[in-house]
Design a protein around this ligand. Structure first.
Ligand code: HEC
Length: 143
């Protein structure tokens, strides 16, 4: 390795180690569940849990890379933003809760977001499962 490469590699390692001390993204405690959804059928909840709940509820399961900066920052940011828009653990408590848009997001293939799907094969729904989820979300939250 050239001297420059050694310095660059060393610098990258120091930087990587240093960012691990940033507190943002480290707290993985789920807030309390203040209100639960009355799902139309258990199947809707099952599909929602598979594809949506990590970012839209207080039942987030954090993956291993959520412990490693800078990935932990991205994960935390998605969860914060996701919960702010739609949070099934805050039904009736959180004023801006876009539950009525949930079915449309699945229809238009906007949700779940692509990076999440790449990292979570279980969240990839088949066309049939998508149809079931869309129908279930409409039954549960209204059209
Ligand atoms: C990896 C985290 C993640 C997952 C998983 C996820 N979402 Fe989201 N969701 C977000 C983020 C971040 C936003 C806000 C940014 C945006 O609208 O793109 C959002 C926004 C939304 C919104 C509001 C859109 C608007 O009009 O502002 C709805 C509704 C929604 N998601 C439904 C779903 C449904 C239904 C699923 C499962 C099929 C799902 N999401 C899965 C992160 C996620």
């Amino acid at each position: 390795m050239s001297r420059t490469m050694k310095i660059v590699t060393f610098g990258a390692l120091v930087l990587f180690s240093a960012i691990q001390f940033v507190p943002y993204g480290k707290n993985h405690t789920n807030p309390p569940i203040l209100n639960e959804v009355q799902w139309d059928v258990p199947r809707t909840q099952e599909l929602f849990n598979r594809a949506c709940a990590d970012c839209h509820s207080h039942q987030t399961v954090y993956p291993w890379y959520a412990h490693v900066a800078p990935f932990s920052w991205l994960v935390m940011h998605d969860i914060e933003e996701g919960r702010e828009k739609l949070n099934v653990s805050m039904m009736g408590v959180q004023t801006k809760n876009k539950v009525k848009d949930a079915a449309d997001e699945v229809k238009e293939r906007e949700m779940p977001i692509l990076p999440y799907l790449l990292a979570h094969p279980a969240a990839r729904l088949s066309d049939r499962e998508k149809t079931e989820l869309i129908h279930g979300l409409e039954e549960t939250f209204g059209k």
